[in-house]
Write a protein of this length. Structure first.
Length: 511
């Protein structure tokens, strides 16, 4: 018969084995190479009873390993759901032990991050209210895990974000932003951004909770990750409506935000430019406010100093500002804003960046002859033509280039610039019509231009073009010819040599 000591020893050995097993699984789960092996070995089934073990340490280490496994892949997260482990995690989440709460919340955070279906499963398990309650814990690390978890739920779609709001997360997240711990601030700011991004109504609820006055001063925070998340959140708020963008202006965000456009952290620069873009796009008054507070110079420097996708928000912001009126476009020209836009169009490899640059240049040059000339003198036109004709260009890039050329050409009165288009690579017939129509419009009032157009060979090139039976093109060419004496037009007409020979030989036409 076993003694009491022997029985207790068996139980103690079992307890030690459970502790060793849960700790080892947690350590192995740190390495992605072990995930499939553990899964194939049925580790989820073995961890299931340990999640509600009587020993808190075993509960916590088991949940820690499970969270790491679910974090690695969507498939593992789906396995956690299909094995009905969420119910046990929610049960542990209600535990008063903050270590158990943190461990269980970390698993739910990992599950929810992958896709909307998994996040919905977390909500349906009844975990959301308990995750929100983590935001009220004394321990900052529990708050941080809870903030990240609700953010991972909210980020997928409007329905899930609304569920997070209805659970009362927003006011608590705003309180978390005011805590001194940096990691908690970052998590709360990211969650608020994930809520605000989906719809104006949700962004308004974030604003109504008093978010902006607390986070706007953080744009000059010493921590780069804080500044990234602040700018991300502000950009998600401003993007929806004029009223929401005005909240940022009222918070005295500008011109402090422009310091972020020169930050050493490239993500801070990018996110700050996004905020400027989202504010500038709404109204001429907002664009003017950005200009008057020194925003154009900061955007131009940002566009010139950044490369790739990091310069895209500044490119778009300059285009939005230039689009509203002549004076704003003039400010961009005077701030040397055309040069970095041309550089992006010329040297960037990604089509979407080139498309944005072409669009912005079209907005700068579309207002008047002065604006179109400034753009043309920067060498924009041949670059637009090159990308319009390139077989490798996307349909969007070609469309943007075509529209930019049209906008610039329709105001261009500089004959050499128009002539260069005519004598360059063969243009699509639609673009060529814009060039010839503008020549017909400008030449009658520009004697010097008429001379240059002849001596450069432009008139000869035009008359040599064969447009077939197109009555519109014939009318446009006749409009150009009308600017010159009949003898000049005849001299450069391809058939004029035959007419002269006929006169000399006395032969009838066609003989």
């Amino acid at each position: 018969m076993a003694t009491t000591r022997q029985v207790l020893q068996i139980l103690e050995s079992y307890q030690k084995a459970r502790i060793t097993f849960s700790q080892t699984v947690a350590e192995l789960s740190n390495n992605a190479q072990n995930v499939e092996i553990l899964h194939t070995a049925g580790v989820l089934e073995l961890l299931r009873p340990l999640l509600i073990d009587s020993i808190p340490t075993i509960q916590q280490t088991s949940a820690l390993g499970l969270g790491r496994l679910a974090n690695w892949s969507e498939d593992m997260a789906e396995e956690v759901v299909s094995h009905h482990l969420l119910v046990q995690l929610v049960f542990s989440l209600k535990n008063q032990n903050r270590y158990s709460k943190k461990a269980s919340a970390s698993v739910l955070r990992s599950v929810a991050k992958h896709n909307a279906e998994l996040a919905q499963a977390v909500v349906e398990s009844g975990a959301l209210e308990d995750l929100v309650s983590c935001l009220e814990e004394f321990d900052p690390s529990v708050k941080e895990v809870g903030a990240t978890a609700v953010g991972n739920v909210a980020k997928h779609n409007v329905k899930l974000a609304r569920a997070v709001v209805d659970a009362g997360a927003v006011p608590l997240l705003v309180l978390c932003v005011q805590e001194p711990e940096l990691i908690l601030k970052r998590a709360a700011l990211a969650a608020l951004a994930d809520i605000a991004k989906h719809a104006p109504e949700l962004a308004q609820l974030v604003v109504d909770a008093g978010t902006v006055p607390f986070i706007a001063p953080l744009v000059v925070h010493i921590d780069a990750k804080i500044k990234r998340q602040v700018c991300l959140c502000l950009g998600q708020i401003a993007r929806h409506t004029v009223d929401l963008a005005e909240v940022l202006l009222a918070a005295e965000l500008f011109p402090k935000l422009f310091l972020c456009l020169k930050d050493i952290d490239h993500q801070v620069r990018r996110q700050a430019a996004i905020v400027v873009r989202e504010v500038a796009k709404h109204t001429p008054q907002m664009a003017q406010f950005i200009v008057s507070t020194g925003g154009v110079a900061a955007l131009v420097d940002n566009c010139a100093e950044c490369l790739g996708n990091d310069r895209l928000p500044a490119i778009m912001a300059l285009g939005y500002i230039a689009a509203f009126d002549e004076s704003l476009s003039t400010t961009i020209i005077q701030s040397n804003g055309v040069k970095p836009l041309v550089d992006a169009l010329t040297n960037e490899q990604e089509d979407h960046i080139q498309s944005a640059s072409a669009w912005s240049l079209g907005q700068v040059g579309r207002h008047s002859p002065v604006h179109s000339l400034a753009v043309a003198e920067a060498g924009v036109l041949p670059q637009l033509v090159t990308r319009l004709l390139a077989e490798t260009s996307s349909e969007d890039l070609r469309s943007k280039c075509k529209r930019a050329l049209k906008a610039i050409i329709e105001h261009l009165t500089h004959i050499p610039a128009l002539d260069s288009l005519l004598q360059g690579p063969p243009l699509p017939i639609e673009t060529l019509k814009y060039v010839i129509a503008q020549l017909a419009k400008v030449l009658p009032n520009d004697p010097e231009g008429r001379t240059k157009f002849v001596t450069s060979g432009g008139l000869e090139k035009l008359l040599q073009m064969n447009f077939g039976p197109d009555p519109e093109m014939k009318s446009l060419v006749d409009g150009v010819n009308a600017s010159y004496p009949k003898e000049v037009v005849q001299y450069y007409d391809p058939g004029y040599e035959e007419i002269l020979l006929q006169k000399l030989t006395g032969a009838k036409p066609g003989k």
